[in-house]
Design a protein around this ligand. Sequence first.
Ligand code: LUZ
Ligand code: MOS
Length: 757
Amino acid sequence: MKNIDSRGHVRGESIYLDDIPVQQGTLYGEVFDSPCANGIIRNIDYSKAAAFPGVFRILTSNDIPGENQIGGIIPDEPLFAETEVDFWGQPIALIIAESEEIAKEAKRLIKIDIEKRTPIVDPREARAKNSLIFPPRTFRIGDVKKAWNQCEHIIEGEADNEGQEHLYIETQGAYAYEIENGSIRISSSTQGPTAVQRTVAKVLGIGMHKIEVDVVRLGGGFGGKEDQATAWAVMAALGVHILKRPVKIVLHRLDDMRMTGKRHPYRSDFKIGLSKDLMILAYEATFHQNAGAAADLSPAVMERTLFHGTNSYFIPNAELTAYSCKTNLPPNTAFRGFGGPQGMFVIESAIAKAADILKVKAREIQEKNLLKDGDAFPYGQIAAQCLAGNAWNKASELYQVEKIEQEIDEFNKLNKHVKKGLAFQPICFGISFTNTRMNNARALVHVYHDGSVGISTGAVEMGQGVNTKMVQVAADIFSIAPDRIKLETTNTTRVANTSPSAASATADLNGKALHKACSAILERLKMQAARIHNAEASKIELKDNFVHLNGKQTETTWNQLIQAAFFDRISLSEVGHYATPEIHYDKSKEKGHPFAYHVFGTAIIIVTVDCIRGTYQFDSVKIVHDFGKSMNVSVDRGQIEGGVVQGIGWMTMEELMYNQEGKLISNALSTYKIPDIYSVPKEISIEHLETEGHDMAIQKSKAVGEPPLMYGLGAYFAIQNAVKAYNPNHELKFHAPFTPEKVLMGLYEGVGEKVKH
Ligand code: LUZ
Ligand code: MOS
């Protein structure tokens, strides 16, 4: 089925937050934020700004009727700073004015006097100073201390990654207005409508029942709106609560980049031990997560780093420890992969370094250690329906890897100043929120008495195509045309207590809930049809708009059946509730079965490096991916292509830089480079792995949102191999992104000296 949004998108008719018509009397909010990363507020003079014509009010922490607290997991984040500031861009006040322009003008008139303190920007420094968000955690399997003795080779090193700006095309924003009796309706560009509802209620000191959050769709989220859409919605609602006028806040791109958190930078140490025949016997890693100034989702992100610390390899003895380090950056947050990519980068770096020292190909080590059915992950779950080897083997055969390698060797011999590099990137990603209790969803279905259908779920459409999948589920069960079905906005009044659209689990969770609701209505309709045809319900089927009896089409249409059911006073509405079965996790032991299933795949990435300039172009990314049984191939391919490009961007060009004062200096699109149409690989081939699919996946179609991002990790190692082909003296470093500057340094370090080793 075609994406139901494609027509609206192409014609510019799709509704985003800023397209919602505003009510008469709407006011506009502008956030006044901290001009330094760490300091004590001595004085703020709002008088000139407050007196500026058109300014209605300046809201600060003093105006909050409930709690000045927006921390979702740990209550450690004020909505507005009170006496001190902990990061550059931290909200201090909200200026509410007649227009955005007036609010912006007024903001310039605020005078702030801050006593600056030295900020911490580096997570290792934070750990040394014991500045942690919460205590460290360790995952263990086997006995790593004993295993080192059995290792023929032991290799140690460091692997670091920087953050990543989400750069959703639609910036953060919210529009709130009063309905009546103090109830507030909020349109929010959020992945987590319930998080917004809960937090608004807490800050305003009123019940959640008075807050209705509605989401039409987002112009991208990528995790950046899982938690961090909340603050702006709360501010808008606070304005409504106090001024009794509609309030709209939409962040300017530069404000959004400065004030919001990003993917977590990590600083990590590894130690890997291999046997003579390249089996990984032992692995130790220590992760230092740069959480920023407040917890936000960092505890959950850190957990996923540990869950994915061994990627798709079986390592019998491993010890993974992670520290969530409190620094003076904006609180870092969810970003596609959610800590998984950071963990996987470290094991891939360890393997690359081992391969370099042992003078073997990384792919030999990778292949030998791939996870198999029955192998245990460090967190206790046993690999089942494991497709790591299948994906790897199919990729090797289908894309003729030996031949490609020969061609690359030839090319590198013939070309002095251009070199090619190749890397294999296997992935293994666990599907489910790592926090077991979040794995539930609901759906509400109404069949109207004309036979048309309205469905609501907790899923938020953010470009990933989940709405299309939801319509498919309903159309499939009722066996009616998709255009008889309307997908309603995501609304906390229709579907309550939702988990955010995140963790790649949105279509699974909401789809299964929808499946249950539709199935319940279907059962009632079959009984109705049975009455009409004097038959047993078990002999009835609904197919292609008609009632079928004993496998044959009858005269009764879907519409007639619905009419009859309606006249017979049969309920045509249903709520479905789904909670993922079988999953559990015991944090005290760090063991359990946290994931419904895993998604596997392998990518082969080939890059060409210009060895004069240090620039590069990706020739191809050749993928074999475990879709299960894809329910929508074009939607799923779109997710893979986008994920790959976003992953490559993070690994190669997107360079977030903070200076020593904790100020973001790559703070605009002129200094922060994301992949564009010219930097995407010339070829992205995507091949299905033929499998049955998994029962816990919606229609056996496996989750596809986050896993493909991690194919992009291979970009780093492909470039590294090309650099090595030019400069054998290049000493491997692991510090993503591998920008052209770093490539150039790598190409020329120690050139002219005798080759080492
Ligand atoms: N959000 C979350 C996520 O709260 N828990 C998760 O496990 C998760 N995983 C990926 C992306 N978002
Ligand atoms: Mo996400 S990183 O699944 O919000």
